[in-house]
Ligand binder design. Structure first.
Ligand SMILES: *Cc1c(COP(=O)(O)O)cnc(C)c1O
Length: 371
């Protein structure tokens, strides 16, 4: 089946009790035991499993082409479960431009619990090679990256990582549907489903999808219900509802972002525009090979640095000043001041999440704000 069809039907079944087409939300935390003492209907207690969570995991796994998935209460919760599944003394090699929360999780929590972590620019394959150690168990890739939209060559990096005996995770939050990490060598895919899967800025979630149900995935599954950071049935229902329209939304986000990027790249007040769909973007050729479209995120460096950038972010009328991404509404954010001390983000940089409004209105709004 093609991805639009999978997105509509995966994890979907008509409710056997009522015939409901839209699935019911099973709020029950506990499920009846058979007289024989077994649980023939498959559910016992909602932390272990729940019909809505199972449907979500089946659905996302099918859309990504994986074997299984484990859903969590947030993207960060899902990321943490992957690191928890490793052992003290294991080494993680992460992309220097990985999501800020992911590098903080490694540096501030997991290093204290005995993991070793290094950060390298994974768009440079020789840096990946140099960073791998005999005890490297996992490499954390993310592309396009945040907030500079750097591109990692997933197939080439995965090859180097596998040769060193490590597994690869790809955080695919920014490019669901339009980038297929399992086809490019990733062993696990991480999504913050808070973003494009949910798609409406109204639910927090995360999921780990496994290409194969290997030992590491079994440990992640154990951490899911023994650790207990599980999503609520309603959250699972909302994320799966969002997934039904994901292929069409991501296409529209990408088309809009391409138009906005094109406009900004010719604007006299724009110092630089980071969007992998622009021919002059340093990762454009690789992005063209590994993505079918270039996504809905871009960033803009305003000439003159912090103050003019702040002024732009307070002058838009359609873009809302807020963090996060992937919703129907366009958002604008001054990344350096959100990340705070230690940020790698240039002071003049504004990150834009391009929504599903008409691109002409978005362009007009940015044009007046830049003036
Ligand atoms: C938002 C985000 C996360 C973290 O997800 P939460 O749901 O906020 O915990 C991880 N990776 C990327 C790329 C993100 O954009």
């Amino acid at each position: 089946m093609k991805i639009e069809t999978l997105a509509v039907h995966a994890g979907q079944r008509i409710d056997p009790a009522t015939g409901a087409v839209s699935p019911p939300i099973h709020l029950s935390t506990t499920f009846e035991r058979d007289v024989e003492g077994t649980y023939s209907r498959g559910f016992m207690y909602t932390r272990n499993n729940n019909p809505n969570r199972q449907a979500l995991e089946e659905g996302v796994s099918a859309v990504e082409g994986g074997a299984a998935a484990a859903a969590f209460g947030s993207g960060t919760g899902a990321t943490g479960a992957i690191f928890q599944a490793l052992a003290p003394g294991d080494h993680v090699l992460a992309h220097v431009d990985a999501y800020y929360g992911t590098s903080r999780l490694l540096r501030e929590i997991f290093v204290r619990w005995g993991l070793q972590a290094d950060f390298v620019d994974m768009s440079d394959l020789s840096a990946v090679k140099k960073g791998l150690r005999p005890n490297t168990k996992l490499a954390w890739m993310e592309t396009p990256s945040n907030p500079l939209l750097k591109i990692v060559d997933l197939a080439a990096a995965a090859k180097v990582i596998h040769e060193a005996g490590a597994l690869c995770v790809c955080d695919n939050t920014w490019a669901p549907v339009i980038q297929r990490p399992f086809d490019l060598g990733a062993d696990f895919i991480l999504h913050s489903t808070t973003k494009y899967f949910g798609g409406h800025c109204d639910v927090l979630g995360g999921i780990v999808v496994a290409k194969q149900e290997n030992d590491l995935f079994q440990r992640i599954r154990g951490i899911q219900y023994e650790g207990g950071a599980v999503p609520s049935p309603f959250d699972c229902w909302l994320i799966l509802r969002g997934m039904r329209t994901l292929p069409w939304r991501i296409r529209a986000h990408s088309e809009n972002a391409a138009k906005v990027a094109q406009f900004l790249s010719q604007h006299p007040k724009a110092e630089r525009v980071h969007y992998p769909g622009l021919a002059k973007h340093p990762g454009h050729e690789i992005a063209k090979n590994q993505m079918s479209m270039f996504g809905g995120m871009l960033s803009l460096e305003v000439k003159g640095g912090r103050d003019p950038a702040m002024k732009v972010s307070t002058s838009t009328k359609i873009f809302t000043r807020a963090t996060s991404l992937g919703g129907v509404e366009s958002l604008i954010e001054h990344r350096a001041s959100i990340e705070g001390p230690g940020t790698q983000s240039p002071e003049g940089l504004l990150r834009l999440s391009i929504g599903l409004e008409n691109a002409d209105d978005l362009i007009e709004d940015l044009d007046q704000a830049l003036r």
